[in-house]
Design a protein around this ligand. Structure first.
Ligand code: HCA
Ligand code: CU
Length: 364
């Protein structure tokens, strides 16, 4: 499958409540994303604030393998800012649903089409590469969305992005939508999925499977409200289940995620898929016994791929094998009789927290 990722941690991610990155933090994130290997990095929307504009100007100077995209409304003034910042790629967005036309712009569909055409034309005349996004595409009447996509293509857009701005798509609806749009235009299609129903990752994967070429993601899925699709999830699924050739460094995912949790102040859930502390922690006696024999028993993929730790808890759920495994790791000699006794003692201990090595040794 020929696909790629656009990371929007610096733009969409910074729209998370109470999150703001310093320029130094943004530079660190850009370098880490570039080392990971994402194909595009959205570096911010200059019109939002003067400090965002300053950081975009600094980041624009960085040498990266990834293409950097500057975000912009369909307004001459926004596009001019991007030109002044030496943008190569601009991401122009315009809300196309009836709700957007009525409440955001107060205009009719014909006026919307002419604004889109003007903005894309203007950016093209200034030699920018353009990704045009139909904001709220998922709630836009399909016939109008197709008109929008075709006008954007005609006016010179290089890419067309479908935004599920309020996260209402399902995987089957995403697939149908992407198929209709890819049939109607020749330029590559992108997908931007919000996670309001917890389906951003599934929808992004379905979009790529149905003909979209780039999926928008952010580290830890940060973004407005419940955020967007998570980089770790989309990248892992593509690597495990699809024949992707991209050279993404999966082993850096945990570090990226931990660092972002720290600087954003938004921690991962402990049981977050892939990057959560418990993603490879085994507890029930039956599970731990099987995992000690073969980790595959209760792991869908090996944690080693992403430098994640495997943990086997010792508590009242524990069986003899897990205790023996832990004692062996600690280089402790024991008889079968001792092992039985420790296991029984641990199982009758009602503490709900799992035991540390020291606490286990105290049972000897
Ligand atoms: C926004 C809305 C947006 C835009 C996506 C894009 C969305 O916060 O400006 O320009 O590609 O979800 O529609 O994030
Ligand atoms: Cu968004």
């Amino acid at each position: 499958m020929k696909v790629g990722l656009l990371d929007s941690t610096l733009r969409e991610g910074e729209q998370s409540p109470n999150v703001s990155f310093s320029t130094a933090q943004k530079i660190k994130i850009v370098n880490a994303l570039d080392a990971f290997g994402v194909e595009y990095i959205e570096i911010g929307h200059p019109a939002v604030s003067s400090d965002i504009k300053k950081s975009i100007s600094k980041i624009s100077e960085l040498e990266t393998k990834a293409e950097k995209v500057i975000h912009s409304r369909a307004l001459k003034s926004d596009i001019d800012e991007a030109i002044l910042l030496n943008a190569k790629w601009i991401g122009i967005f315009f809300g196309t649903s009836e709700i957007s036309l009525k409440y955001q712009f107060g205009i009719d569909p014909k006026t919307a089409l002419s604004r889109i055409k003007y903005a894309v034309n203007y950016a093209k005349d200034n030699n920018l590469k353009i990704r045009f996004t139909a904001e709220d595409a998922s709630r836009t009447k399909l016939s109008f969305l197709i008109e929008v996509a075709q006008i954007a293509e005609e006016a010179g857009a290089d890419r067309f992005s479908i935004a599920d701005t309020v996260g209402v798509l399902t995987p089957d609806k995403t697939s149908l939508l992407v198929k209709e749009i890819t049939k109607a235009i020749k330029i590559p299609v992108h997908i931007h999925c919000h996670n309001d129903l917890g389906m951003a990752t599934a929808n992004s994967i379905m979009a790529l499977k149905s003909g979209a070429q780039i999926a928008d993601v952010s580290i830890n899925g940060l973004g407005e409200r419940s955020g967007i699709a998570s980089l770790a999830e989309v990248a892992m699924i593509l690597k495990l289940h699809f024949d992707v050739v991209n050279k993404w460094d999966l082993s850096s995912l945990i570090r990226l995620s931990d660092e972002l949790a720290l600087i954003s102040g938004i921690p991962n859930r402990l049981n977050q898929p892939i990057v959560g502390k418990y993603a490879f922690t085994h507890k029930a006696g039956l599970h731990t016994r099987a995992v000690i024999k073969s980790p595959k028993s209760y792991e869908g993929y090996p944690p080693e791929i992403i430098n994640q730790n495997r943990e086997i808890l010792i508590d009242k759920f524990t069986g003899r094998d897990a205790v023996a495994d832990r004692l062996n790791r600690l280089n402790i000699n024991y008889s079968q009789l001792e092992l039985n006794k420790i296991t029984n003692d641990i199982k009758s201990n009602n503490n709900f927290e799992s035991l540390t090595d020291i606490e286990i040794l105290n049972f000897l």
